[in-house]
Design a protein around this ligand. Structure first.
Ligand code: HEC
Length: 166
């Protein structure tokens, strides 16, 4: 899985490099020799970049090596509105055992229609995507949180939530 992704990323980066270099030479696309030699070295740094600290943007949750203890620190971003205690709703609903829960299912919390009717189940994959851009993922949600752009931080947070959901 990971390998496929990296190869895909490298191929994509290669393509982007090609079209970037293409510029005015676009009509020469049929001349194979110069482009082929250019593409080969360009693909290498891209692959190293993708492999270096973590999978690149757009990667699946499963492709990350997670650290739940680090994720607990990331959860500080959520604490102003959420706690993990059962039945304790703040600005946001309790996140008690949130992994595996159906959206909008906490009793006594006044959800938006968007959240209540989204039909999603909060699996690790769904949380990982949602938390990158909550309003993009769920238009109309009243969760006023811009999202966590750093994918590794997000993966660690999801791992923490999962560790607390057992
Ligand atoms: C500014 C307050 C606020 C912050 C910060 C916040 N949330 Fe929320 N969250 C809410 C509100 C409000 C809702 C209810 C959304 C709705 O009904 O549309 C919500 C809903 C959710 C839900 C859906 C729960 C369900 O039962 O369907 C999840 C999951 C969630 N938040 C996770 C998080 C995580 C993880 C963080 C930290 C990265 C976070 N939230 C940060 C306010 C917040």
């Amino acid at each position: 899985m990971k390998r496929n992704f990296l190869m895909g990323a490298a191929a994509l980066a290669g393509l982007m490099t090609l079209s970037a270099c293409g510029g005015g030479a676009g009509s020469d696309a049929n001349a194979p020799a110069p482009e082929a030699t250019e593409a080969a070295p360009a693909a290498e740094p891209a692959a190293t970049e993708a492999a270096a600290p973590a999978p690149a943007a757009g990667a699946e949750y499963a492709s990350f090596t997670t650290d739940a203890a680090a994720g607990e620190k990331v959860f500080a971003l959520c604490r102003s509105c959420h706690v993990l205690d059962e039945g304790v709703n703040r600005v946001g609903p309790s996140l008690h055992k949130v992994v595996g829960r159906k959206s909008g299912s906490v009793a006594g919390f006044a959800y938006s229609d968007a959240n209540k009717n989204s039909g999603v189940t909060w699996t690790t994959d769904v949380l990982f995507k949602y938390l990158e851009d909550p309003k993009g993922f769920m238009p109309g949600t009243k969760m006023a949180f811009p999202g966590i752009k750093d994918a590794q931080d997000r993966a660690n947070l999801v791992a923490y939530l999962e560790s607390q959901s057992k």
